[in-house]
Design a protein around this ligand. Structure first.
Ligand code: IPE
Ligand code: IPE
Ligand code: MG
Length: 252
């Protein structure tokens, strides 16, 4: 299913067979993992069934991203998702736990795992496992897999502001010396590049407070496909779409 403008330099495979990828791939592709609930409802199943399927898809898709050389931040649970029924929140937290305990495929493939968001509200066992995985994968270079858990863009900026204010208070920084880079350096994503392409499946046309600073100049790709059905072939369509766009960053 190669598209006409594809350059055949990089060839990969998924369940649809050989697929050629465009030459100018984005480096940093963000995903909002949305539509799990609707996916389950369409099948007459409980929501947590959709989350399980979504997590499975995430595993497959992240390994595919690694193979084709993308870096990937993914929204797993937002600061706003605590508003959901307690049993759904519990089911999602249990899924994280299972997911984090089954991370060997990432470590074997030299994927660096990074977690962004406010961890303080998460279960101790999750916090501990996240720290272990970050530590064990810190020197891996094949991909940055960034998992946003209890993450909110405004919360992140508030947290960065508090950190900067403390440095001003203690005289480490002066107000005049604060630059955009200072702010970026105090975000949970410090040291990671901005998002080139942000993908949101499930038909919703919003950011939902995800990486609001880092997506300032991202390209956006929306599709009605629900997350559990967003497989490698759907990602390839998004990459092909991105490859056709002209990014100007305010220039000409
Ligand atoms: C997103 O799927 C997954 C999480 C919030 C963890 P949803 O549960 O929001 O799915 P829809 O939007 O209800 O279909
Ligand atoms: C985005 O989906 C959050 C996650 C994927 C974790 P939501 O379903 O929470 O977003 P809204 O409520 O539709 O904006
Ligand atoms: Mg949703």
């Amino acid at each position: 299913m190669a598209l006409p403008f594809f350059n055949k330099k990089t060839v990969s495979k998924d369940e649809t067979g050989a697929i050629a990828l465009p030459e100018n791939l984005p480096q940093h592709v963000g995903f909002i993992m949305d539509g799990n609930g609707r996916w389950a409802t369409k099948r007459g199943m409980p929501t947590k069934f959709g989350h399980r399927e979504g997590a499975k898809n995430f595993k497959d898709l992240s390994l595919y991203c690694r193979d084709i050389g993308l870096r990937m931040p993914l929204l797993c649970f937002s600061t706003e998702n605590w508003k959901r029924p307690q049993d759904e929140v519990d089911a999602i937290m249990d899924l994280f736990w299972d997911y984090l305990c089954d991370a060997d495929q990432y470590l074997e493939r030299r994927v660096r795992m990074v977690f962004v968001g406010d961890r303080s509200r998460l279960q101790d066992r999750l916090q501990k496992r996240m720290a272990e995985l970050e530590h064990d994968s810190k020197d891996f270079e094949k991909m940055n897999l960034i998992l946003a858990i209890n993450y909110g863009g405004r919360d992140e900026i508030k947290h960065a502001t508090q950190e900067i204010a403390k440095e001003v208070q203690t005289g480490v920084l002066s107000p005049e010396s604060i630059t955009e880079q200072t702010i970026a350096d105090h975000l949970y994503t410090a040291g990671l590049p901005d998002v080139d392409l942000l993908i949101r499946p499930s038909g919703e046309l919003r950011l939902s407070n995800y990486l609001i600073w880092q997506c300032a100049y991202a390209e956006y790709y929306f599709t009605n496909v629900l997350w559990p059905d967003f497989h490698a072939n759907e990602l390839n369509k998004a990459l092909a779409d991105y490859a056709q766009r002209g990014r100007r960053f305010g220039g000409i």
